[in-house]
Design a protein around this ligand. Sequence first.
Ligand code: HEC
Length: 155
Amino acid sequence: MSITKKILIALLGVLIIIQFIKPAKNQSSAPSPNDIFANFQASDSTKQLIRTSCYDCHSNNTVYPWYAEIQPVAWWLADHVNKAKSELNFSEFASYTPKKADHKLEEVIEVIQEGEMPLKSYTLIHGNAKLSEAQKTEIITWAKELRNQIKPNIK
Ligand code: HEC
């Protein structure tokens, strides 16, 4: 057997073995009482926008595409979701102190203004998550209003 063939077979073996090492899915069965929209006002359209463009990474429930069943793709996605949730979790937003909530909304405004979020690697595949200028303005206006609402509670 040629060396190339041996290497290919070894690689295939590794690919098959890693299929059995699945990361836990980000899918909570219980409703989230601390979800931002269960506690703070937003128009239906704004809720829809944020759920479509941010919730796959920044909430307790990801809607997984079929290829999320394949390793190492699933590891890569799980890493994104874990990092994203540790920065900002809309499902737990109402548990943040007013100071933290205000700061997170400030960051939301920044990342949208700078076009950093949703991640490019995500909008490439999820075209519907891409935000138009009007949609960006809608989210930013909502975030600013919410900041004004939260600010008086900062101690
Ligand atoms: C594909 C996954 C994904 C999507 C979708 C996504 N984010 Fe993120 N987000 C991340 C990751 C990962 C981080 C962690 C920081 C990093 O590595 O860039 C992050 C970080 C953040 C931060 C922290 C601030 C910072 O500068 O790091 C904010 C705020 C944020 N995202 C807001 C949003 C908003 C608002 C949306 C929707 C419009 C969104 N994200 C959509 C993955 C995502």
